[in-house]
Design a protein around this ligand. Structure first.
Ligand SMILES: Cc1cc2nc3c(=O)[nH]c(=O)nc-3n(C[C@H](O)[C@H](O)[C@H](O)COP(=O)(O)OP(=O)(O)OC[C@H]3O[C@@H](n4cnc5c(N)ncnc54)[C@H](O)[C@@H]3O)c2cc1C
Length: 183
C-alpha cells in the first residue's frame, strides 16, 4: 500500500486540531499538512453535542483563539455558536481542503532511521485501510472517546456503560454519568 506523505499530520478536527492547524498554516505556509478526522465534520465536542442548553463554562475571551477574538457580548457561549466559530475559523484559514473525514487513526509507528511517522488509519464507512507518513504528528484527538455514550436507566445498565457510583459526604450514593467515556 502506498502511503500519502505530509510534513505534518494533525489527528482530530475539534477546537484543538483546528487551532493547531491555523498556527501551522500561518507560521509554516510552505509545509504540507493533513488533518485526520474520524467524524464527518469539524468541531469535535461542539459538533457532537447538540442537547438543549449546551454552553461553555469558560469565558469566551479565554476559551476562543488568540488569533480570532470572540466578539459576541455573551461571555458564556452557546454550543451552536462555538460550533460555528470553529467552522468559520477553519473556512477562513482554508482548512476544509486539508481535512480527511471518516478516517480513524488506529496506530502510529515512529522510525528513527527514516525520521518519520507511519500512521495506520481506517476509513470506517468502507473498511478501507489508508496509510500516511509524516515528519510531525500532532495529537488533538481530545481527552475522551466520542464513540461510546453512557446509556441506560437502571443501575446495571449504567454500570455496564461505565457510569460510576460514588458516595457523597452525607453517606448517600449517587451516579456520576459522563456523556462520554474517558479514554
Ligand atoms: C458541554 C461541554 C462544555 C464544555 N465547556 C468547556 C469550557 O467552558 N472550557 C473548556 O476549556 N472546555 C470545555 N469543554 C471541554 C471541551 O471538550 C474542550 O474544551 C474542547 O472542545 C476539546 O477540544 P479538542 O479538539 O481537544 O477535543 P474534541 O472536541 O474531543 O475533538 C477531538 C476530535 O478528534 C477526533 N478523533 C478522536 N480520536 C480519533 C482517531 N483515533 N482518529 C481520528 N480522529 C479522532 C474526534 O472525532 C474529534 O472530532 C466542554 C465540554 C463539554 C462537553
Amino acid at each position: 500500500m502506498s502511503a500519502q506523505h505530509y510534513d505534518i499530520v494533525i489527528i482530530g478536527a475539534g477546537l484543538s486540531g483546528i487551532g493547531t492547524a491555523c498556527h501551522i498554516a500561518r507560521q509554516f505556509p510552505n509545509k504540507s499538512m493533513a488533518i485526520i478526522e474520524r467524524r464527518e465534520k469539524v468541531g469535535g465536542t461542539w459538533d457532537l453535542f447538540r442537547y438543549p442548553g449546551i454552553r461553555s463554562d469558560s469565558d469566551m475571551a479565554s476559551f476562543g483563539f488568540e488569533f480570532k477574538p470572540w466578539y459576541s457580548e455573551k461571555v458564556l457561549a452557546k454550543g451552536g455558536d462555538i460550533r460555528e466559530y470553529v467552522a468559520e475559523t477553519a473556512r477562513e484559514f482554508g482548512l476544509y481542503d486539508k481535512v480527511q473525514y471518516g478516517l480513524k487513526l488506529d496506530n502510529a509507528d515512529w522510525s528513527s532511521n527514516e525520521q518519520q511517522w507511519t500512521l495506520y488509519t481506517q476509513h470506517e464507512a468502507s473498511g478501507e485501510s489508508r496509510e500516511f507518513t509524516c515528519g510531525f504528528m500532532v495529537n488533538c484527538a481530545g481527552y475522551y472517546t466520542t464513540m461510546t455514550m453512557v446509556t441506560g436507566h437502571t443501575s446495571t445498565e449504567k454500570r455496564a456503560s461505565r457510569a460510576r457510583l460514588f458516595t457523597r459526604s452525607n453517606g448517600r450514593k449517587s451516579w456520576i454519568t459522563a456523556a462520554r467515556r474517558w479514554w
